[in-house]
Design a protein around this ligand. Structure first.
Ligand code: HEC
Length: 474
């Protein structure tokens, strides 16, 4: 155990260029002192919770509490403020972490270039980018899927790795396509797996530009009012509800949503208006504005505009198939819509305060209930649906080509081939590096079981469930 820790600290030390200097310093996940939560939790403990939930016996309720407390503990910890300030604004823990693009730009550890790196490397806030940006790393068939999934509403944000996950990527050069190739050619079934302390996240921000405001202060934000009665692609523009976000921080909103809202703001009331401070937000810096406008020609983002966090995915390597938790801003944080619930919201710890408390959470610590083993299981049991309204709900069957019919969470037959019938683990367990462009390689799917030894992986390299690695590797 001690040895393990020493190795980890040693790896983190590989990132001196990012740690030194006057720029942002990545901080490890702090302890939020939430009773019943610790990180990293042992694999056996988490697997026991998951199994107990699946039995639906007397241990199921305490296990549900433990699992959800774990998710909330992670969220509390990674949204805590740090002592660092950028452009006058205090940074939260996750804001200090590394994007894969940032890691990719660093020289190979131990190389002369790494040794020559100036200590004063200035880290700035990570640019908010279009996920379309990742497309050029994709195989042609997947580029199409991404384009279809994004449609007219592009998602902007970034993927991030905590310092220990970033160190592993660096040390093993997991964003190098030639390194991934060497592993594959050398006979590896998968990349060297991440340490248990690894966390990765994917965020989605809405940037509120001046030209999108009504009366110079109100922004019309699509608000999640739950999944459609018939499972189908359900993109934000199709949602019936809207809330108005006031950048001057007014509004008495406490759960009300403007249904069938006007675009000119005439339907807005004080009850459907929410202060911008009710969301995790920051003001766009001059550098961020420049980077964003360069990346998306025609956009007019200005320094000082608000970026509000609408969604965040978080995955942790405490268990082999990772823990998956997702968060989205909701006007009803005490009673959020599916795939969250009042019971989940009721477990928010007292340490979770301010804007971060206004997010709904859903977890996928397994694919089905009861669960199936990592190897040798089958697509049986009730599916667990876990998706983020702002990220996956838009997916239709064409985006999820490897979906497999099964049952819904109530155990009724279901095609499970749309975003609102997705499970994080089900899609991520299929992640692979496929340099030969094999048509048989696993692709995206809705909620289903996948065996870690599935013959579909033949000829590909498994990437410890992280799709961003093969997508960004170059
Ligand atoms: C249909 C497939 C699919 C589903 C479902 C899905 N993801 Fe992902 N996820 C991806 C892809 C592809 C990426 C790579 C980044 C990108 O291009 O968006 C990714 C990136 C991520 C990352 C960044 C690290 C990485 O590379 O894996 C996290 C964390 C993540 N997803 C968490 C989740 C969570 C939590 C859920 C469930 C609420 C979820 N994902 C559902 C496909 C999926």
């Amino acid at each position: 155990m001690r040895c393990h820790k020493a190795i980890l600290l040693g790896l983190v030390g590989l990132l001196p260029a990012l740690r030194a200097g006057a720029g942002i310093t990545a901080v490890p996940l702090p302890d939020p002192h939430v009773a019943g939560y610790q990180f990293p939790e042992s694999e056996s403990t988490i697997l026991t919770w998951v199994r107990e939930m699946g039995t639906q016996g007397p241990d199921a309720a305490p296990a549900f509490t433990n699992v959800n407390l774990h998710g909330w503990g992670l969220w509390t910890a990674l949204t805590l403020p740090t002592s660092q300030v950028d452009q006058g604004e205090r940074l939260r823990v996750f804001e200090t972490w590394y994007t894969p693009q940032e890691i990719d730009a660093l020289p190979v550890p131990g190389s002369a270039a790494a040794a020559a790196l100036p200590a004063a490397a200035q880290r700035q806030r990570a640019p908010i980018q279009s996920f379309v940006q990742f497309e050029h790393g994709l195989e042609p068939r997947d580029q199409l899927l991404m384009a279809q999934a994004q449609g007219s509403e592009t998602v902007f944000g970034y993927v991030k790795f905590d310092p220990t996950a970033a160190a592993h990527v660096m040390q093993q050069q997991l964003l190098s396509a030639s390194v991934l190739n060497e592993l594959l050619v050398g006979g590896a079934q998968q990349i060297p797996v991440f340490p248990a302390t690894s966390l990765t996240l994917k965020s989605a921000f809405q940037i509120i530009t001046a030209s999108t405001l009504v009366d110079g202060r109100y922004y019309r934000l699509n608000a999640w009012t739950g999944p459609p009665s018939t499972p189908q692609a359900w993109a934000p523009a199709q949602w019936p509800g809207v809330v108005w976000i006031d950048i001057q921080d007014g509004g008495s909103g406490s759960g009300q949503v403007d249904l069938g809202a006007s675009t000119d703001g005439t339907s807005r009331t004080d009850q459907t208006t929410y202060p911008v401070s009710s969301m995790i937000n920051h003001r766009i810096t001059p550098l961020e504005a420049a980077q964003f406008n360069a990346g998306q020609p025609g956009s007019a983002v200005a320094a000082g505009d608000y970026a509000v966090l609408v969604a965040m995915h978080v995955a942790g390597r405490e268990i082999t198939r990772w823990t998956w938790q997702t968060f989205w801003w909701t006007p009803t944080p005490d009673n959020p819509q599916l795939p969250s619930s009042q019971a989940i919201a009721g477990l928010r710890p007292a340490q979770l305060t301010g804007a971060a408390r206004n997010y709904g959470m859903a977890l996928a610590y397994d694919m089905t209930m009861p669960g199936q083993p990592n190897v040798g299981g089958q697509n049986a049991g009730a599916a667990i649906y876990t998706y983020n309204p702002y990220l996956e709900a838009r997916f239709g069957p064409a985006n999820l080509p490897d979906s497999l019919a099964g049952t819904n969470p109530s155990g009724q037959p279901a095609s499970n081939n749309v975003g609102v019938a997705c499970n994080c683990m089900s899609c991520h367990i299929r992640a692979n590096f496929n340099p030969s462009n094999l048509a048989t390689a696993p692709r995206y799917s809705g909620a289903r079981y996948t065996d870690l030894d599935d013959p579909q992986f033949a000829g590909t390299l498994q990437v410890d469930l992280l799709w961003s690695l093969p997508e960004i590797a170059n």
